[in-house]
Design a protein around this ligand. Sequence first.
Ligand code: CP
Length: 310
Amino acid sequence: MKHLLATDGLDADTATAVLDTADELKHTLLGREVKKLPTLRGRTVITLFYENSTRTRVSFEIAGKWMSADVINVSASSSSVNKGESLRDTALTLAAAGADCVIVRHPASGAAHRLSGWLAGPGTAVVNAGDGMHEHPTQALLDAATLRERLGSLKDRRIAIVGDVLHSRVARSNIHLLSTLGAEVVLVAPPTLLPVGVEKLPVTVSHDLDAELPAADAVMMLRVQAERMHGGFFPSAREYSISYGLSERRQALLPDHAVVLHPGPMLRGMEIASAVADSPSSAITEQVRNGVHVRMAVLYHLLASEGAAA
Ligand code: CP
């Protein structure tokens, strides 16, 4: 693997190899007081974030440090981006300074792909940590890791992805990855929060959450992306919560084995009731924990394995 830019096009063997590595790393580190492996000693990993983040940035930093890489965090607000430096110049600067891998989050869809082109010369690996409304591949990988742990194989499992699908890079990455791994994906959303061209995606579509829950093996609640809603006919917070929020009443419609996911940050009380988010069915904390091991695995496959970029 040279870069990780999207799950669209990521084949099942590569995705499974990353998930298996994450599983192995998790078990290797389990119960260890000192979580440190020498695998990436001497390698430099830079996170370059143009949008806010807690989970993704922190877990990439921990992942790199647990593998002994030197990890440097650059945020747009405290870098020369604030003086008007372009994404291209910033990326080339980081590569010239010695980055082996740049992990980028950017509001523009396609930014990570552009970066991978600019950094082809220096041979720097690029990881997409979320680009606009396009993709967030490591989130989908950590979601798949969590679902594998709870459900075993994803084959023929029915996963409902609920809410603001239109603006969600998490939804898009999950649609591609979950279907590649053999799951059935149903999108549950109001018509105004579904993307144009949804009929070309490997999904079924529903507008009725109550009707979908009894057959779901997992329900993935999405964050409402108010920052990306410019105009348009979107439901109010109250309408959204009534029709698409996961309340305790709705949780009772799920099969006993069903898993509740949310990528975070959560709007408790609107997208998901606190009692549901904190219930035994919820795997939200496990998602965060698995995020570290999945990101370690991604760095391993990019920088240390046989298939890694030279
Ligand atoms: N799920 C996710 O991407 O969270 P952050 O925005 O906190 O990184």
